[in-house]
Write a new protein. Structure first.
Length: 568
């Protein structure tokens, strides 16, 4: 029934549709039986529901399973019908996340239900079959995202700060959603009136029908079931704080080697690298890859090997008061939960640095941006923009935005880009006819109204002291980052003068017997990788390499712990 499946907008490429909805041969289904149990449903019975925890993958053995999209406004759209040999699931079912669609028996149906833990076991045990399954699961999620099908409905002006903020959060987490503009949609306008929302405010309608007015990202995450509320009181082998490239690499390698891994991030997977429009110097991708795509693959890969994800979840502090012989560190979350771990990996990266410019906070999300995704690019179409910064992230953003904006002015405090940017990016910038490089220049003032957004900017030539005002409504800031290490203060972790975490010989303390491994901190069992680590190269490839290397050191630490316990 694959050819009857999804509407053309979800999968215009026929070959891709066959990858998205493969029909399994009878011998393949037989190989899958040991991972699941046979369940039967009467015609009309529901197998899974949007917004509720997904039970796993249903393989249809007999009958027809109908899958539909339902949003919180009561709209229902048929998506696909699965017949014998086909299966219902998307990538969220690797970890039992809430279903994004509804499924019911169109006829009497006999199915093989494979729950998430067994689905992961199947994918690893049956490598050839697992490859086809994972590809299908990923493509289905991508199709839902591209079509704006399923998930929450955001109601408000498409380019308003509130809508852009929530859209960015959902996009960074790979969550399908769609936006309705009350100006053009009578039903959306009626909801704004019903809930007393102003024209510039945003409503979020969750799949279960709940309506949130100007929600925070955390409130929206809870409403759509993203937030994990389980206690997680077990003892983990590894807790990774941060889901950027370094943290995800740690999770992939640790989980693939059988360690019990939990990953925490306060906002989304990918970190700052996830906002990179295109990474062209990462090994193995000669045509480049977006930071979001690279991070998304790693996110799925970590879950495939059994790593658990807590996103979004805010880390508050680290408790390292217990003796090393007791083999336990504790990570406290802002919601009060406490996670126990034999080892902890600090991969919390860095937060965007904010230059000292008057009124900056007024225009954040209203014309001042710290990343450049497709959302911002569309908003800047055929307009002039300014970009501040001279590193690789700034260069990638400038090249990407130049394909949409009429003109990009790059402001750098130094004489050129050579000291901080890769040569290939400098060449690309020099070749772009609509990119202007302004050396010895700094952002001085922002103009406009906080309600309507940025209207103009003033920049200053640092050599001559002259100023220039331009009618620019969007400015992108890539001026570096500060380490995210405040949550480590309670442990007295050794840091350098800039606040980055010291590791190896630099973290050694003559007063203590602890001799840290190269990526280990001054606290036994606490490791640091990626941008947060003092001396790291601040490149995606380097971060991934450190994450992989840390796992070997974690194994050594765990083995030493086992020996100490055995001799205690």
């Amino acid at each position: 029934m694959a050819d009857e499946a999804i509407n053309p907008p979800l999968s215009p490429d026929t070959s891709r549709r066959h990858q998205m909805f493969p029909v399994l041969a009878a011998p393949e289904v037989e190989r899958m039986r040991r991972f699941g149990q046979v369940l039967r449903f009467r015609r009309g019975e529901r197998l899974f529901a949007s917004g509720e925890p997904g039970p796993g993958m249903f393989v249809v053995l007999r009958g027809l399973l109908a899958v539909t999209q339902r949003d919180g406004m009561g709209h229902v759209l048929p998506l696909v019908r699965h017949g014998p040999g086909e299966f219902s699931a998307e990538v969220g079912q690797l970890s039992g996340r809430p279903a994004l669609v509804d499924g019911h028996a169109e006829t009497d149906v006999e199915t093989l239900l494979i729950p998430p833990d067994q689905l992961r076991a199947l994918i690893i045990a049956e490598a050839d079959l697992g490859e086809r399954l994972v590809r299908a699961l990923i493509l289905r999620r991508v199709a839902l995202i591209e079509a704006g099908a399923s998930g929450p409905v955001l109601i408000g002006p498409p380019q308003s700060a509130g809508v852009m903020r929530l859209q960015s959060f959902l996009n960074r987490n790979g969550q399908p959603h769609h936006v309705l503009d009350a100006v053009h949609d009578a039903e959306a306008a009626a909801l704004l009136v019903q809930y007393g929302a102003g024209a510039a405010e945003v409503l979020a309608v969750c799949p279960n029908g709940s309506v949130l007015r100007n929600p925070t990202e955390g409130e929206l995450a809870r409403c759509i079931g993203m937030v994990d509320t389980a206690d997680h009181d077990e003892l983990f082998d590894v807790v990774v704080v941060g889901a950027g490239p370094a943290g995800l690499a740690t999770a992939v390698y640790a989980a693939s080697e059988g360690l019990h891994v939990l990953v925490i991030d306060c906002r989304a997977y990918g970190g700052q690298a996830g906002a990179s429009a295109r990474i062209e110097n990462y090994l193995g991708f000669p045509t480049g890859i977006s930071g979001q795509a690279l991070a998304g693959r790693a996110f799925v890969q970590a879950q495939k090997f059994g790593a658990e994800m807590l996103i979004p979840a805010q880390t508050q502090s680290l408790d390292c008061s217990r003796k090393a012989s007791e083999g336990e560190l504790r990570v406290r979350l802002c919601d009060g939960r406490q996670l126990r771990a034999k080892t902890v990996v600090v991969a919390s990266g860095a937060r965007y640095r904010r230059p000292d410019v008057p009124r900056l906070s007024e225009f954040e999300g209203r014309g001042v941006w710290y990343w450049a995704s497709a959302l911002e690019a569309r908003m800047c179409s055929r307009t002039e923009i300014a970009l501040v910064g001279g590193g690789n992230s700034a260069g990638q953003a400038a090249v990407f935005l130049s394909q949409h904006a009429a003109r990009v002015s790059i402001l750098v405090r130094g004489p050129s880009l050579a000291a901080s940017m890769s040569r290939y990016l400098i060449d690309r910038i020099e070749a772009a006819p609509n990119i202007d490089l302004l050396p010895h220049t700094e952002l001085a003032r922002l103009h406009g109204d906080a309600d309507t957004g940025l209207a103009a900017v003033t920049w200053r030539d640092r050599r001559q002291g002259t100023e220039h005002e331009a009618a620019i409504r969007n400015v992108f800031l890539f001026v570096g980052a500060d380490p995210e290490t405040g949550w480590l203060a309670s442990c007295g972790v050794a840091i350098d003068k800039q606040g980055f975490v010291l590791t190896g010989d630099k973290a050694a303390n003559a007063e203590k017997a602890h001799a840290p491994a190269p990526l280990e901190t001054s606290i036994p069992g606490l490791f640091a990788v990626g941008d947060v680590r003092s001396g790291s190269v601040k490149r995606v490839g380097g971060a991934i390499g450190e994450g992989a290397a840390a796992v070997a050191m974690i194994h050594q630490h765990l083995a030493a712990m086992d020996r100490a316990i055995a001799h205690a």
